[in-house]
Design a protein around this ligand. Structure first.
Ligand SMILES: [Ca+2]
Ligand SMILES: [Ca+2]
Ligand SMILES: [Ca+2]
Length: 261
């Protein structure tokens, strides 16, 4: 995938999230899984079954922590890396931030743009310090990547129901060293109230929007490129919503979304 396509895809994620916040109500219908999509290939199946039992455990209020047996990293390791990153950001320690970043913005790569970089670090610190470890109940980990997630929180507003979910994505190198790839303190989905829908229906719709069946960091709908008719979508690369690594390159679909180079 070339860089341009990746940037377009990232832009689309932003559009999708904003769009969900403003447009998603009314005629939008969840399409059923096709037969092909419903079939999990045999190599993937044991892992998927493991995921399902962990998801069920999570629904009962437990911590979801998915890691293959060969992976030594734990949810606590992820949080420790995150807090170290925040400390570096707070101290305006560019080299420290770089050491824990999978990629750095242009402003942090160029000494002449130091001030701009420091402003970004402050913004990350301000957002990050408000995040609570107890809220991040889910950890998906393998030898190449890891995702920390909060539960989806649903709030009722005057004219809508709003779901929010925090996510921190890490890349892991062959030595087990983690680096921050993406931070989303509060991904937001909104459904507007209307006269035809009950609270239960609206909450169910929100739940469908946020559902991530294969726990790869990307909701099923975004993987299937399902958008309302009135959305303008430039490019959307479909991935399999019940397979974490659709192209078998080792990177989960939701993690690949956040690569920029
Ligand atoms: Ca997914
Ligand atoms: Ca997937
Ligand atoms: Ca992949």
């Amino acid at each position: 995938m070339n860089m341009k396509n990746k940037l377009i895809i990232i832009a689309i994620l932003v559009i999708a999230i904003i769009g969900l916040a403003t447009l998603m109500f009314g005629e939008y219908v969840q399409a059923p899984l096709t037969e092909d999509q419903a079939i999990i290939d045999s190599a993937q199946k044991p892992a998927e079954e493991g995921l399902k039992s962990e998801v069920d455990k999570g629904k009962q209020g437990g911590v979801i922590s998915i890691a293959s047996p060969s992976v030594a990293l734990t949810k606590e390791d992820l949080w420790k890396t995150w807090t170290q990153y925040l400390t570096f950001a707070k101290d305006k320690n560019i080299e420290g931030v770089k050491s824990l970043s999978y990629q750095v913005s242009e402003s942090c790569a160029k000494p002449e743009l130091k001030k701009e970089c420091e402003e970004k670090m402050l913004a990350v610190y301000t957002a990050g310090i408000a995040m609570n470890e107890k809220g991040f109940t889910k950890a998906f980990i393998d030898s190449k990547q890891a995702i920390l997630k909060t539960e989806v929180r649903v709030e009722e507003k005057d004219e809508s129901f709003v779901a929010t979910e925090g996510q921190i994505v890490f890349a892991v190198n062959s030595s087990g060293k983690m680096s921050l790839l993406h931070l989303d303190p509060a991904q937001i989905w909104t459904v507007r109230k209307n006269n035809a829908s009950t609270t239960a229906e609206l909450k169910a719709r929100l739940s469908l929007f946020t559902k991530d069946s294969d726990l790869d960091g990307l909701s099923d709908d975004l993987e299937r490129c399902i958008f309302p008719d009135d959305w303008i979508v430039f490019v959307c690369n479909e991935t399999n919503p019940i397979k974490r690594d659709s192209d078998n390159d080792g990177w989960w679909d939701g993690v690949e979304y956040f690569f920029q180079n």
